[in-house]
Ligand binder design. Structure first.
Ligand SMILES: Nc1ncnc2c1ncn2[C@@H]1O[C@H](COP(=O)(O)OP(=O)(O)OP(=O)(O)O)[C@@H](O)[C@H]1O
Ligand SMILES: [Mg+2]
Length: 320
């Protein structure tokens, strides 16, 4: 196996700070801890397991990395029952049959080896990433690995540890350029320790308020600072409520898009009422938000002032 094009990668990503800057250039804002994890994944190289709540930017981290490295990303979307034929390779049966028929028509035989050669191989994402010819290694995104079965995790071990895969009819294939592997999980189940041992690990937290505002502005540049700030604050408050699906960064971005489409410049009570479906996706969560009052979600300081004004006028009415 030839090593990854280290000089090239070292030029592109010499340190964590420059990775943060390059990620920002492609619209992805990473905090220093995430950037450090990505830096190690690229430069060691070692697979990186990213976990975090839905919509915190796990998948986008891999996409942004591929974009800044100007290299293709191969994405394997995991699901229950996924197996090697979807992940690694499959034999192209229709083509093999055609090959046999054509050989028969020509009155020739077709040796079994030639039927199971590279021409008849359909390359799935894992194999495509391993065979990527460069100049830089491909990014391999193994997305939502927690959805796959445990047997599939075990199947990934060889690839993660050795950057090789074995195809019985062909033999062991080694990566031309060891891919940069990013795995993501939503923790619907615990992953096997053996898988974790082979990976670096990073938990992506919800972004702090200032970072959330910056992300919204980076993704929706046409949104005003005021709207971005209001939405990011409101999303944080919704997250503090007892909702089934706390909103992530993705919902904040969707919320700004919806508000813009409806011509809402200031997110007040009515604006939230009109756009609540962009950010909360359960009827019960809408009830929880309304119980906390949309006024409080829009602007807690104003809601507090209003409540004390109401109390004062109630007291005055009672005195009168
Ligand atoms: N740090 C960030 N910088 C820029 N955009 C971000 C960031 N985090 C999230 N986003 C945006 O939020 C959206 C959701 O991100 P992404 O799909 O990567 O989340 P995820 O963690 O993979 O969610 P899920 O678990 O549901 O798959 C995307 O549009 C992405 O661009
Ligand atoms: Mg994702």
């Amino acid at each position: 196996m030839s090593p990854p094009d280290a000089t090239d990668l070292a030029d592109l990503v010499p340190d964590t700070e420059s990775l943060v800057a390059r990620l920002a250039e492609v619209g992805y804002l990473a905090d220093p801890n995430l950037a450090t994890a990505l830096f190690c994944a690229v430069r060691l190289p070692q697979p990186l397991l990213l976990e975090g709540e839905a919509g915190v930017g796990k998948t986008q981290a891999a996409k942004a990395l591929a974009e800044l490295l100007d290299t293709p990303m191969f994405r394997l979307q995991c699901f229950e029952g996924i197996d090697a034929s979807e992940a690694l390779y499959e034999w192209n049966y229709p083509r093999q049959l055609l090959g046999i028929r054509l050989a028969e028509a020509r009155g020739e035989g077709l040796a079994e080896e030639s039927l199971f050669g590279e021409d008849y191989l359909i390359r799935r994402p894992l194999l495509a990433a391993l065979e990527h010819p460069g100049p830089r290694p491909a990014v391999l995104l193994i997305d939502e690995v927690d959805r796959a079965d445990e047997e599939f995790e075990a199947f990934l071990f060889e690839l993660l540890a050795e950057s090789t895969v074995t195809i019985p009819e062909i033999g062991t294939l080694r990566a031309t350029h060891q891919p940069i592997v990013i795995l993501t999980s939503n923790r619907t189940r615990d992953l096997h320790d053996a898988l974790k041992r082979r990976c670096l690990y990073h938990w992506i937290e919800y972004p702090a308020l200032a970072q959330a505002i910056a992300i919204v502005r980076a993704r929706v540049p046409e949104a005003s600072l005021e709207l971005a700030t209001q939405v990011a604050g409101a999303v944080q408050r919704l997250r503090s409520l007892d909702v089934q699906k706390p909103p992530g960064v993705a919902e904040a971005i969707d919320w700004v898009h919806a508000a813009q489409l409806l011509g809402i410049d200031t997110l007040d009570e009515d604006g939230i009422e009109a756009t609540l479906g962009s950010v909360l996706k359960y009827r019960e969560d809408h009830d929880v938000a309304r119980a906390a009052t949309l006024r409080w979600i829009a602007d807690p300081a104003r809601a507090l002032r209003q409540a004390s004004d109401d109390l004062r006028s109630d007291a005055a009415a009672a005195d009168a």
